[in-house]
Design a protein around this ligand. Structure first.
Ligand code: CAA
Length: 385
C-alpha cells in the first residue's frame, strides 16, 4: 500500500495552499462579516488554474486526478468554507457534470468559460418540498415544439444569485417519479427567471451566495437537455458523487484547521501556572481530534483514489462525507471550548469554523442521507419486493 502523493498532486496542493493562505485567509473574517466574497477571487482562481483543474486541457483544464482535486479542496477548506463551497459547486457539481454528460457542443460552449471563471455555475436541485427526497421535485418541464418550458422554484442554490449558468432539474412527467426527471443547462439571465437572496441570515457560510430561483414559463431550447430525456436523476446523483467528495475534503480541511488552532493555543495559553496543553483533559481532547483528522484523511483520500481509478465510488464517497463532516463538527466544538471565551468571538477563526461546519453536515445530502446510501449498498435490493 502506497500512501504517498505524487509530485503533480503535491504541486496542486502547494498552489492551492498558497492561494488559500495568502489570498483567502486575510479576507475570511471580513467576507464573513460582509456576507459576500469578492468576484475578483473567482477570476483569480480561474487565472491560477484552480477552477478548471480536473478538466481536460482541451477545455482549459489541467487533467488533475481526484486526489489532486481533493487536496485543493482540503487546502481551501482549512481557511474558508464559503470559498471552498463556491468551488465545489462550480467545479464538481457543474463542470465535472457537464464533462460527464454533455455533448461536444455543450462542453465546448461551457467548460472553457467555467474553467476561466468567466462564467459561474450553480446546481439547481433542491426545492421547498424536495430536499432529501430529491426525486419528489415539483418543478416541471413541458415540451413545446423545439423547446421545453420550465416552471418551478428552487431554493438554497449556492452561487445561484451570481451564476451565469445553472444545471436545472425538472420533470417532464411527475407520474414517472425519478424516471421523469431531466437535466437542463440554463442561461440564468434568460426571460422567465427570477432570483432572490434566501430569506434569513445563515448560521455559517455567510460569504456564500444562497439564492431562491423561480422559473416562470422559462423557455429553453431542446439543445439545453443535459443527458437523455428521463436521465436527469442519474445526472443529479452522479454529480453528487463528485460534489460530496469535495465536501468531505473541505470538512477534512476544517478539522485540520481546528486541530492546528487548538494545538497552537494549548501551547501558548497558560493557566494555573502551566500551558493548558499540559493538562490531561486538554491532551485527551487534542488526541481525539488528531485521531479523527487522521481517520477522515484516510477515508477522503481513499474515496478520491477510487474516483481516480474510475471505480464505483458512491459508498466510499458517502462514508468519507459522513465521517469527515461529523469529525469536523466534533473538532470545531472542542476547538471553541478549548479556546474558552476567545473561541466564542470572531477574534479567532474557530468561531467561524464552528458555524460553517454545520452546513457541510447538511448540504449535498445530510448525514442521514449518507447513512441511507451506505446502508442500501450494504443490504442491496429486497428481491422479494
Ligand atoms: N449515480 C448514478 N445513478 C444513481 C446514483 C448514483 N450515485 N444513485 C442512485 N442512482 C440511480 C439509481 O440507480 C436508480 O436508477 P434506476 O431507476 O435506473 O434503478 C435511481 O437513481 C433512483 O435511485 P434511488 O431509488 O436510490 O432513489 P431515491 O429516490 O430513493 O433517492 C437518495 C436516493 C440517495 C435519498 C437521493 O434522493 C439523495 O441523494 N437525496 C439527497 C439529495 C441531496 O443530496 N441534495 C443536495 C442538494 S445539492 C446541494 O446541496 C448543492 C448546493 O448548492 C449546496
Amino acid at each position: 500500500m502506497d500512501f504517498s502523493i505524487t509530485d503533480s498532486q503535491r504541486a496542486v496542493q502547494e498552489r492551492a495552499r498558497e492561494f488559500a493562505q495568502k489570498r483567502v485567509a486575510p479576507l475570511a473574517r471580513e467576507m464573513d462579516e460582509r456576507g459576500a466574497m469578492p468576484l475578483e477571487l473567482v477570476r483569480e482562481m480561474g487565472a491560477r488554474g484552480l477552477l478548471g483543474g480536473p478538466l481536460p486541457r482541451a477545455y482549459g483544464g489541467e487533467e488533475w486526478d481526484a486526489v489532486a482535486l481533493a487536496l485543493c479542496y482540503e487546502e481551501l477548506g482549512c481557511v474558508d468554507s464559503s470559498v471552498r463551497g463556491f468551488m465545489t459547486v462550480h467545479t464538481s457539481l457543474v463542470s465535472q457534470c457537464i464533462l460527464k454528460w454533455g455533448t461536444d457542443a455543450q462542453r465546448e460552449k461551457y467548460l472553457p468559460r467555467l474553467a476561466r471563471g468567466e462564467w459561474i455555475g450553480c446546481y439547481c436541485l433542491t426545492e421547498p418540498n424536495a430536499g432529501s427526497d430529491a426525486a419528489s421535485m415539483e418543478s416541471v418541464a413541458r415540451a413545446d415544439g423545439d423547446a421545453f418550458v420550465l416552471n418551478g422554484e428552487k431554493i438554497w442554490i449556492t452561487n445561484g444569485g451570481i451564476a451565469d449558468v445553472g444545471i436545472v432539474f425538472a420533470s417532464v412527467d411527475r407520474a414517472l417519479k425519478h424516471k421523469g426527471i431531466c437535466a437542463f443547462l440554463v442561461d440564468l439571465k434568460a426571460p422567465g427567471i427570477r432570483r432572490e437572496k434566501m430569506p434569513g441570515k445563515e448560521l455559517g457560510h455567510r460569504a456564500s451566495d444562497h439564492a431562491r430561483i423561480f422559473f416562470e414559463n422559462c423557455r429553453v431550447p431542446q439543445t439545453a437537455l443535459l443527458g437523455e430525456r428521463g436521465q436527469g436523476f442519474r445526472v443529479a446523483m452522479s454529480a453528487l458523487d463528485h460534489g460530496r467528495l469535495g465536501v468531505a475534503a473541505g470538512a477534512l480541511g476544517v478539522a485540520q484547521a481546528c486541530l492546528d488552532a487548538s494545538v497552537a493555543f494549548a501551547r501558548t495559553r497558560r493557566q494555573f501556572g502551566q500551558r493548558i496543553g499540559d493538562f490531561e483533559m486538554i491532551q485527551s481532547a487534542l488526541a481525539n481530534m488528531a485521531a479523527d483528522v487522521d481517520a477522515a484523511r484516510l477515508l477522503v483520500y481513499h474515496a478520491a483514489w477510487l474516483h481516480a481509478r474510475g471505480e464505483r465510488v458512491t459508498r466510499a464517497t458517502s462514508v468519507a462525507k459522513l465521517f469527515a463532516t461529523e469529525a469536523a463538527v466534533r473538532a470545531a466544538s472542542e476547538a471553541v471550548l478549548l479556546h474558552g471565551g476567545r473561541g466564542y468571538s470572531n477574534e479567532y477563526p474557530v468561531e467561524r469554523y464552528y458555524r460553517d461546519i454545520k452546513g457541510l453536515q447538511i448540504y449535498e445530502g445530510a448525514s442521514h442521507i449518507q447513512r441511507i446510501v451506505i446502508a442500501r449498498e450494504l443490504l442491496g435490493k429486497d428481491d422479494a419486493s
